[in-house]
Design a protein around this ligand. Structure first.
Ligand SMILES: NC(=O)c1ccc[n+]([C@@H]2O[C@H](COP(=O)([O-])OP(=O)(O)OC[C@H]3O[C@@H](n4cnc5c(N)ncnc54)[C@H](O)[C@@H]3O)[C@@H](O)[C@H]2O)c1
Length: 331
């Protein structure tokens, strides 16, 4: 099955990012001819690429997917494309024009060029955001997307539909993956929209009570980043095309349960403090039905929340210690 990757030239947009860097690592284990990464590093980093930046088969291009000529240069010599570069949900809301250029216009150029140069398959990173607050739980791919209220979710859905229509019109093979709540080592720890678990790890480190805004009953479906990378590889090597799959853990975890697990894996007895919700979360519940990915892609998430949070905690505290060490040595 893996022979699709062996000796192939593969482009990964956003390959310096959180999930993209794991996809590159997975690809390199399967003897590709070359892996090219295009990333403008607005969120990605050399740190994420530490394990492969000097690999002889990897070429890193610090560039923008809005640059059509750059895309053409690399798509023209690619067999497969993983399209992962995107803005975050809040960045799209803060600047919809930029959201349009990155999420829609650049994705349109990418699809055009993949047709022009006969790319064999595109794996498109979509999102559970397409559902907004879903109607059914667990949520199957057939749940309708009309409850989505975000530019980001709309843009991801449009991307799915773009590839669908290009399959219909031009025969471009693709698979779209709707990731649920991805977490793990290398997730953004300093960004403006850093996930709640990183803030709680700060509290555990400092011995301060972790804060929960609202009653903690909102739920998410947390899937570990390495499992998401494996789903990407499975989508490429399978013979499936023109399909969209949920990628989650198929476990519904409330914020309060998440905190308890995080405290447990860190042997912490801190008690949470509750604060009034400071914003209304229009998506109070998430739970993926992943039976389609299991059946058609052979995808099976393998990392439990406890294992994942434990790995994340160890990495984060080590990173903190390193930062402190560097800071102290400059004094
Ligand atoms: N992390 C999640 O929970 C999650 C959930 C659903 C979907 N996704 C999707 O998965 C993909 C990867 O997400 P991630 O979590 O790794 O995010 P990320 O921000 O770490 O990775 C995205 C990468 O794209 C790069 N990028 C952004 N705009 C670019 C541009 N104009 N030109 C070139 N590079 C650009 C960024 O520098 C970054 O390295 C994205 O498409 C995202 O929308 C992520």
């Amino acid at each position: 099955m893996d022979n699709k990757i062996e000796n192939s030239k593969i482009l990964v947009t956003g390959g310096a990012g959180f999930i993209g860097s794991y996809v590159v690592e997975e690809l390199l284990q399967r003897k590709p001819e070359k892996v090219v990464i295009i990333d403008n590093l607005i969120r990605g980093s050399f740190d994420n690429m530490k394990s492969f930046i000097d690999h002889p088969l990897v070429e890193f291009i610090e560039g923008d997917i809005r640059n059509r000529d750059l895309l053409e240069k690399y798509i023209s010599v690619s067999d497969y494309v993983f399209h992962m570069a995107a803005l975050r949900i809040n960045s799209c809301a803060a600047d919809p024009k930029e959201g349009f250029e990155v999420m829609l216009k650049a994705t349109f150029h990418l699809a055009e060029l993949c047709v022009k140069y006969n790319v064999q398959k595109v794996i498109y990173s979509s999102s559970a955001s397409v559902y907004g607050l879903a109607q059914n739980f667990p949520t199957p791919e057939s749940d309708n997307p009309y409850n989505n209220q975000t530019f980001y979710g709309g843009a991801k859905l449009w991307g799915e539909q773009l590839f669908r229509s290009y399959k219909f019109m031009y025969g471009l093979d693709y698979v779209a993956l709707r990731y649920f709540n991805v977490y793990g080592v290398r997730m953004d720890t300093d960004g403006k929209y850093t996930e709640v678990m990183i803030r709680w790890l700060d509290c555990i480190r400092d011995g301060k009570p972790p804060l929960i805004f609202g009653d903690g009953s909102d739920t998410m479906d947390f899937v570990y980043v390495k499992d998401v990378a494996k789903a990407n590889i499975a989508a490429l090597v399978s013979n499936v095309s023109d399909e969209t799959f949920n990628v989650g853990n198929c476990e519904e975890t409330s914020l309060i349960e998440l905190l308890h697990t995080l405290l447990k894996v860190n042997n912490s007895s801190l008690k949470p403090e509750f604060r009034e919700a400071n914003s209304i979360n229009p998506v109070s519940r998430r739970l993926a039905d992943i039976s389609a990915a299991k059946t058609k892609l052979n995808f099976e998430p393998s990392i439990s929340l406890e294992e994942g949070l434990s790995e994340l905690s160890q990495w984060y505290f080590k990173k903190n210690d390193q930062k402190k060490l560097n800071h102290d040595s400059y004094r």
